[in-house]
Write a protein that binds this ligand. Structure first.
Ligand SMILES: Cc1ncc(COP(=O)(O)O)c(C=O)c1O
Length: 419
């Protein structure tokens, strides 16, 4: 028994306290890895730095058990080659069943498992976008998807998204005028604004895209990060059958799984499968097996995680007015961030000052399709409430001193947005 206690204490799962009491906890300090944000090469942070550039949370309860269960079934797969190019059939069945639950009948053949949502967007972009093609994208948007489109030679056509959502008439006009080949859209708790596109507006957007002959890539990575109770709109492909949907377990469960998927319209299946053969030949089996375990329990957020995020969002919205007087935002019903409008266009100066105070921020310009958005900053509430509280206190100090370090410098470039 004593030995068991000391093993737990050594590995950081138990802290000794005064008297005989012990406290069970998740390991802290040197036992934790990647707590600041992403483990991005060359951007190590000390353990005191609060990293708000990565909108992602730690693994929920049950993750270790899912991996343990995955290991216990792994032997059955070891006699095979281990290559599951489109994903394990059981996983594809499960994912297809979720689309059915959401009102979009789907067969397992339409699902291709990939290494996370970004890999899905990137693969679909390779399949759909050629050099010089116009591609509609929200501005702001998730920057890595924009980079993926640019890498294919796509020319981005920005569709402004405001704090309170899409201007659907402007979207219809932009689509009619530009007739884009493809589009990269995030209708479900849009990153970074958190907006949710209503069914009525999905249907109007789908009709405009249909008229223009556009095949959109619909990024549903944030879909299951639902914090407020409300009916969720239908998947976009229920309005436009040719839409490619991209899903991910990164935000509903854990980014370390690196599991995502595509829901592909039948006409695109063989092209995507061909392209996949030049990419990575499949996702790791152990993570696919662990994801099966996790999705069998729930597709949605773990209730503890949901409660934690709701509390963190509340803490942030309570403290933000005194940290940055005059800041404005619309509280999102889901997702992991507030998209905050500052009283002046100084987000980059604020981020540089905050970095010196141990708080890393992503200024709005990092999410813009074609520059601008300097009035905005994305603030993820992905950490427990006490950490959010400390972050808001550092933010308040940095806001007061934001003009002290206003000179831009190569060394103070904002950290790339990972998630
Ligand atoms: C809209 C969106 N798409 C894709 C990703 C990347 O997801 P994954 O970790 O599954 O690759 C993110 C991560 O934040 C995201 O917000």
């Amino acid at each position: 028994m004593t030995r068991a206690y000391s093993v737990l204490a050594e590995s950081g799962f138990l802290s000794a306290r005064q008297g005989s009491a012990h406290l069970a906890s998740l390991p802290i300090d040197h036992h934790r890895r990647g707590v600041g944000g992403a483990l991005l090469p060359g951007t190590d942070t000390d353990s005191d730095t609060l990293d708000l550039t990565c909108a992602a949370s730690r693994a929920p309860a049950g993750t270790i058990e899912a991996y343990t269960a995955a290991l216990s079934v792994l032997p059955g797969y070891l006699t095979g080659t281990g290559y599951a190019i489109g994903g394990l059939p059981e996983l594809r069945e499960l994912i297809a069943s979720r689309y059915g639950q959401r009102g979009l009948p789907t067969s397992a053949d339409q699902i291709m498992v990939v290494n996370g949502g970004l890999a899905g967007v990137s693969l679909a972009a390779r399949a759909l976008i050629g050099v010089g093609d116009r591609v509609l994208a929200e501005s702001p948007s998730y920057p890595n998807s924009l980079h993926a489109v640019r890498r294919c030679g796509g020319r981005l056509v920005p569709l402004p998204v405001e704090a309170n959502g899409w201007d659907i008439e402007l979207a219809e006009a932009t689509i009619a005028a530009s007739r884009p080949t493809s589009a990269v859209l995030i209708p479900d708790f849009h990153n970074p604004t958190g907006n949710l596109l209503s069914d009525e507006h999905r249907s109007r957007l789908a009709a405009a895209l249909r008229r223009a002959g556009t095949v959109p890539i619909i990024d549903e990575t944030m879909l299951e990060v639902r914090l407020d109770d409300a009916d969720h709109p239908l998947p976009f492909a229920a309005h436009l059958a040719r839409a490619v949907l991209v899903g991910s377990a990164s935000k509903s469960h854990w980014g370390g799984l690196r599991i995502g998927w595509l829901r592909v319209p039948p006409g695109l299946r063989s092209r995507l499968a061909q392209l996949r053969l030049t990419e990575d030949l499949g996702a790791p089996l152990i993570e696919q097996l662990a994801t099966i375990e996790l999705l069998r329990q729930r597709f949605t957020l773990h209730p503890e995680r949901r409660a934690e995020l709701i509390a963190a969002r509340q803490t942030m919205t309570e403290l933000l007015p005194s940290a940055v007087p005059g800041a404005r935002w619309v509280q999102p019903a889901g997702g992991l961030s507030l998209w905050v409008e500052l009283p002046e266009a100084s987000a980059s100066a604020l981020a540089r000052t905050a970095a010196r105070d141990g708080l890393l921020l992503s200024p709005g310009s990092q999410f813009a399709v074609a520059g601008g958005l300097e009035r905005f900053v994305r603030l993820p509430y992905k950490d427990p409430a006490p950490v959010v509280k400390e972050a808001m206190s550092r933010l308040g100090e940095a806001w007061q001193r934001r003009h002290q370090h206003a000179e831009p410098g190569a060394r103070s470039q904002p950290r790339p947005v990972v998630a």
